[in-house]
Design a protein around this ligand. Structure first.
Ligand code: FES
Length: 163
């Protein structure tokens, strides 16, 4: 299947979801979550499509997408490494962990490696403060992470990459 056909299929699936909504008013965030699951992120054409289909101004959609940190407007790597900078993690050194990831991956915060394997980002408290400092790799939680653990977390991603 070509990537165009895949994109077409994703738009069709999104439309089916929107068409099945009992009430489109107030469904924007819900629809954006579905769109992000389908496309992996929310590029401008997808945001415009959602605005048209929900019959709301595009500016409102852009506003919501930029307000909530869980929406992404750039493609993400296969793995998203999220370093918690919430208070408990911060006081236990998560900023040093973040700096070590930046150094070893040679990317900054909210950037993706050239091979599209890893996106590095930060989060605020995931409710696992007892394990501080916390790093998440997609849905997996790593606790009590120090700068010396960074290489092995990256190695784990590389070992699983492409699977
Ligand atoms: S502050 Fe990091 S998990 Fe709560």
């Amino acid at each position: 299947m070509s990537s165009t056909a895949t994109t077409q299929t994703r738009f069709e699936e999104l439309d089916r979801y929107i068409d099945a909504l009992p009430d489109r008013k107030g469904a924007l965030i819900q629809v954006l979550h579905v769109a992000q699951d389908l496309f992996g992120y929310l590029p401008q054409d997808v945001q415009m499509h959602v605005a048209r289909r929900l019959n709301i101004p595009a500016a409102k959609v852009f506003g919501v997408v930029t307000f909530y940190s869980f929406f992404n407007t750039e493609p993400r790597g296969q793995f998203t490494i999220s370093v918690c900078l919430g208070t408990a993690c911060f006081v236990r050194g998560s900023e040093d962990v973040l700096k070590e990831f930046e150094k070893q991956l040679r990317i900054g915060r909210d950037q993706t490696t050239a091979d599209n394997l890893i996106t590095l980002t930060t989060i605020r408290c995931v409710g696992a403060c007892g394990l501080a400092p916390v790093v998440m790799v997609n849905d997996r939680v790593y606790g009590r992470v120090s700068a010396k653990d960074v290489a092995s977390i990256i190695d784990d991603c590389m070992a699983q990459g492409g699977k």
